[in-house]
Design a protein around this ligand. Structure first.
Ligand SMILES: Cc1ncc(COP(=O)(O)O)c(C=O)c1O
Length: 410
């Protein structure tokens, strides 16, 4: 069994979930019985209800036709918007359904008009796909990309951001919970700083790793766009995501237009759809969307505060144990930590450690530098092992992980 140091996290799970609750959560998650899965930040194990929801819809498509099954499920599909909105304290009208976090983020970002000389600020720990799109858009428009430095605790320095703001700053793009570190950037403080300074910059929050992991409140954050994915801590299917748009963002003309996002009103005229569906394409996998809705309902019924308390506690226990292993260095920064645990060792390359842990039957993942080049370079890291537990993770899983790590770095 795991033994915890005296200064480590509390011995009792602060989420209030009992051993019987965890057993139930595991029974509802068939994958948890097969493999210690510490890759929930990659793609989480879904509850059975998500899988059943998708299969049932696929069966109806096969039995009565895709469009007919869509019409039959129209009320349940409308609820998917409401359920995704509820994850971030928002209404259905402000939600667009997409295929991934990147798809969501791009639909927001590319709709923002940029001009020569505009400044785009990104977090140091910003995710690669966002930075690549920013770099490409800046090249096209003649805009300038600048990174907001981290503070001494290793998260975004809000005061430094404040001092960078001027009327030329058009976009501020922040990754809330970076994929490659257990830190959590201060999304609400960033929004408040933008408001206080009277900045008109568009604020994009990449909440890919935080949606489904913790309670979020879109209006308290004060962003213009919040992007999310279905398959990570939310435990939905692959190929799903959603975008939240603020009232101001709902006045933007979307970069991508089809007959879902606009109506063809005259031979050379069109009207953009009201609400966030203006950022959504017509064709989608309705089975997958219903699956994401089922995942959102499952998360809401468990409680996002309960989920966060348990995941954080599990992650802190893993960090405490890892730091007892000789030559293993936990890399997570900041005071507030997420369910993403990252570490490396001077004894072996991170990619080799990941391969060895996986060979022993435990799922972890490898974070290479090009997932967040600026962050890796700033901290002199060449690769990381990532372990991300979820609510269904139990002591046995943690023991398997720690044994595998000890063996891999011995
Ligand atoms: C912080 C962050 N943002 C965005 C993404 C991209 O998500 P998706 O693959 O759903 O586009 C990831 C994926 O790992 C991520 O960790």
């Amino acid at each position: 069994m795991t033994t915890l140091s005296a200064s480590g996290p509390p011995a009792i799970d602060p989420s209030g979930l009992t051993t019987a609750d965890i057993d139930r959560l595991r029974a509802e998650t068939p994958g948890s019985m097969r493999v210690p899965h510490f890759n929930n930040a990659g793609s989480a194990l879904p509850p059975q209800v998500v899988v059943n929801t998708m299969i049932e819809h696929l069966m109806r498509e096969a039995e009565i036709g895709g469009y007919e099954a869509h019409a039959e499920a129209s009320d349940r599909l409308a609820n998917v918007y409401a359920s995704c909105g509820a994850l971030i304290g928002a209404g259905a009208q402000s939600i667009a359904l997409t295929t991934s976090a990147t798809d969501s983020w791009l639909r927001g970002f590319l709709s923002i008009p940029l001009a020569e000389g505009d400044r785009i600020l990104v977090a140091q720990a910003e995710y690669a796909s966002n930075v690549l799109a920013v770099l490409a858009a800046a090249r096209r428009a003649g805009a300038i990309v600048e990174a907001i430095p981290d503070n001494a605790s290793g998260i975004l320095d809000v005061e430094a951001m404040r001092s960078m703001l001027d009327e030329r700053v058009k976009v501020v793009s922040i990754t809330h919970a970076p994929s490659q570190n257990g830190l959590l950037n201060p999304a609400e403080e960033i929004g408040a700083a933008l408001r206080d300074t009277g900045s008109t910059a568009w604020y994009l929050l990449d909440a890919c790793q935080s949606v489904g992991q913790m309670p979020l409140d879109a209006s308290a954050i004060g962003a213009d766009f919040i992007s999310a994915t279905g398959r990570k801590f939310l435990r939905g299917p692959r190929g799903t995501g959603f975008l939240w748009a603020s009232p101001r963002a709902l006045e933007l003309e979307p970069a991508l237009i089809d007959l879902n996002s606009a109506e063809w009103t005259d031979l050379d005229d069109y009207r953009i759809a009201p609400g966030a569906t203006r950022f959504e394409s017509w064709e989608k996998s309705y089975a997958a969307m219903l699956g994401m809705g089922a995942a959102a309902n499952y998360a809401l019924s468990l409680g996002l505060d309960v989920t966060q308390a348990r995941i954080t506690w599990l992650a802190d226990r893993i960090r405490a144990e890892l730091s007892q292993i000789p030559d293993v260095q936990v890399r997570d920064r900041g005071q507030v930590r997420t369910g993403i645990v990252t570490f490396s060792t001077s004894r072996r390359a991170a990619a080799d450690v990941v391969a060895a842990i996986k060979a022993s039957g435990v799922n972890v993942s490898y974070s290479p530098p090009d997932y967040a080049l600026r962050d890796f370079r700033a901290h002199g890291v060449t690769g990381l092992v990532r372990a991300s537990p979820h609510v269904f993770t139990n002591d046995h899983d943690i023991d398997r992980l720690l044994d595998a790590v000890r063996e891999a770095v011995a």
